[in-house]
Design a protein around this ligand. Sequence first.
Ligand SMILES: [Zn+2]
Length: 618
Amino acid sequence: MKSTLLTTIILFLVQLTHAQRDYWQQRVEYTMDVKLNTTNHRMDGVQKLIYSNNSSDTLTKVYYHLYFNAFQPGSMMDVRSRNLPDPDRRVMDRISKLKEDEIGYQHILSLKQDGKDVSYKITGTVMEVTLAKPILPKTKTVFDLKFESQVPNQIRRSGRNNREGISYSMTQWYPKMAEYDFQGWHAYPYVAREFHSPWGDFDVKITIDPKFVIAGTGALQNPEQIGHGYEDAGVQVKRPTGDLTWHFKAKDVIDFAWAADPDYTHDIAKVPSGPELHFFYQKNEKTSETWKKMEEYAVNVFEYLNTHFGKYPFDRYSIIQGGDGGMEYPMCTLILGEGTLAGVSGTMAHEVAHSWYQMTLASNEGLHAWMDEGFTDFASSEAMASTLNETTPPHQGSYASYFSLINSGLQEPANQHSDHFNTNRAYGTMAYSMGAIFLEQLKYLIGEDLFYKGMRRYYNTWKMKHPEPNDFIRIMEKTSGLQLHWYLRYWINTTKRIDYSIGTLFEKDGNSLLDINRLGEFPMPIDLMITYKDGSKELFYIPMNELMGNKVADSKEIKRTVAEIWPWVNPTYTLKISRKVSDIESIEIDPSQRMADVNRKNNRVSLSEIKSYSDPTK
Ligand SMILES: [Zn+2]
């Protein structure tokens, strides 16, 4: 007995330590010193980048993103926007109308690798660098780069003078090393959306006119020279004369963003179980009430997410009034500030949840936007529903958009790069709604308790890494003891649909025999609720063979009967109910409505609607 127990413990420990695939990731350490001229909106910058090649490949080239170059007439972003049937209304043809002093650009003045000049070629938003010497596996190299940029008029995410009057939204603002991973280089041109970048550390000094307040990623290193609200945190401020240099540091992040405005108010709040929250906004009649209330909501959202999805890993987070809509960055977000309380706080919650799904679990959001936007939508909808004590199911809207997309005929498979969808609508519904439904259905498949356990295990296993779809589903398989790969393939790789219907009801030897039909190509295990005339309920669970097991019941209050397996190839299934037909009041497939059944009209029948008869031959 003893040795068996020991063997079991050893096997368990081995399993724990081998929770991940053979995994490596590149690393970056940026030191930047930039000066922003607020008269001509140009920036001079010096960047030192220590790049660690942790792959087993020898690299002879590297690629940088030069995102500001997207904001020029004729850029890929401009052309794509003018050719989509449903362009983002923030972009439309606005890039094509930018004048010389309104465009964005990033000019490379010099680039050296370990002190030697390298050659490079810039095509739009991507710079291809031919190295002076190859970077061998498991070695480091140092790039020294000098650049000069012009901050574009605000079009999308980054830029100056947005419609709410925020001076600078400095996102995607520096020459940024592209990610190299097991799939090779991801030097995607900046067409519309989604980013993928190496993990690393940032040490950033920003020099600017002293009347500006800067908010952004990381922790301010010199609050005693800054003021601007930091006095409230107990800092003795002694400001130097002339231009002010703001010094920030951030560790283990995938990006660095900032914003600057002379009229920012700076408020601070504390989340009991987590970070210090910093709010930067222009305080006026359009913002003061909503932003004060939002402070309370933000604290709640962090508490909820810490409890359900894993603990936020940094000690601070900033919510900054900025460019357009809302966009997530490490340790901060830039959101529009002047909307309704519901609008502004909904955006805040969404961007905050990105701190889990993207800023900690940094999936390749270009390729798997559903893991980024969808998981974020899922978590923030639940956090806001809890904050506001809402009674409507938090993911109802996601199901509605999914059904509506199907009716439009525009649905495309989820597993393609975000920029390559034929319409913004197909992309949006796939990433946000289908991503959220993917999780809600997973709850249906494995049971609620194991689902949240799995989400936290996924977070703790893969934080500060780049998890792939398979990594996520494997964690859920290990947590639930069920096979789930089939589900990932059907939902993400295909546009197959779920549709089950209730068929006829027979009676034989005092039992009822119910036919259920699979009308869609997408198989699922079935929860089926029978309500009897005496008021009692019975939940039948019909396993599907692909899961190779049964989920744990969500509720112990309702009697659950596990029925025979339904092999996925069978279009019809007959369920035996040990009661007479005359005892049955109503029958319902998936009473929780978590299964994305495209036709729910045929899921529920009351007895008067059932075509029932006794069939002695059956
Ligand atoms: Zn998002």
